[in-house]
Design a protein around this ligand. Sequence first.
Ligand code: FES
Ligand SMILES: [Fe+2]
Length: 341
Amino acid sequence: MFLKNAWYVAAWDTEVAAGRMLARTLLGEPVILYRTTDGAVVALEDRCCHRAAPLSLGTVVGDNVRCGYHGLTFAPDGSLIHIPTQTQVPPGAGVRAYPIIERWQFVWIWMGEPAKADPGLIPNWWWMDHPDWSVSRGDVFHIACNYELITDNLLDLAHVPFLHPGSIGTDYIIDFPIKTERLERSVKMTRLMTDVPQAPFHRRVKAYDTHVDRWTRVEVFAPAHVLVNSGNAPTGTGGLEGKANDVVNLQSPNEVTPETEGSSFLFYGHARNFHLGNETTTQRIRNEMLKIYREDIDMMEGQQRRMAREPDRALLAINQDAPVVAMRRVVRQLIEAERAR
Ligand code: FES
Ligand SMILES: [Fe+2]
């Protein structure tokens, strides 16, 4: 059960190249990705229309793909253009091609009805491609859990002191209230913390002698585009209002793409507007974040294993689940509306 009429990140731009295929299952459908000789990204169904061989076992020949079984050849739009030993190609034959857009260092794919693929629905992650910001790219995480456990995790800041001590977890976090806002296609969670010690992670990135004001804002846009804005600034310098000049400030898009019902991909980057171009800072943020994400992944995969054993067993809801419950409702309603059409 996935929302089909939506953009999802299929890959980082650097994962897709000319002359070779990247095979990936997205929303339960096997897909191949490659670049044509002029650099455009192509996404085709990974299933030959002849005898259902995976096209990923074939070869990219120029701009086209040749099936590795009997040599049928497909153009970038998916149409069948050549059958060995045969001059006639049945009209209209081919494989499915998916709309693709490259933006913000990501390759976006539309798995639903192609006519509805509106580029304006791609979230605006402009910091990923802007000269005033430097980006620490994350890995491609392949995670053995349902995608909603990942959006739950990103929206749920109650876990931070317990799962991430020593980096972003600090005891005082839970003393500050969370504000939850439900918007039409998103849920926004804000936690503002005033006059607190710096978190160890922030300290290692840029240390202050003073206490700080600290912020975490998370917005999840349906189905699974997550923006985390986090940072701190010396207390009283206007950090919470976005007015401080001296800050640690990160804009972090997290893109969750379902692979199957029980597995997902996570693509993320951390963009900053301080220590610009500083490679030490870029690597430090990248490595610190890898460690934090791995803590989350171990926990989410553990949840998935327990849930898979007893899928119908009830879970206890507590007050701090409010953003998570609200977001699941947004996504459920969109999926139901899509299916009712
Ligand atoms: S299965 Fe692809 S050419 Fe026969
Ligand atoms: Fe976490």
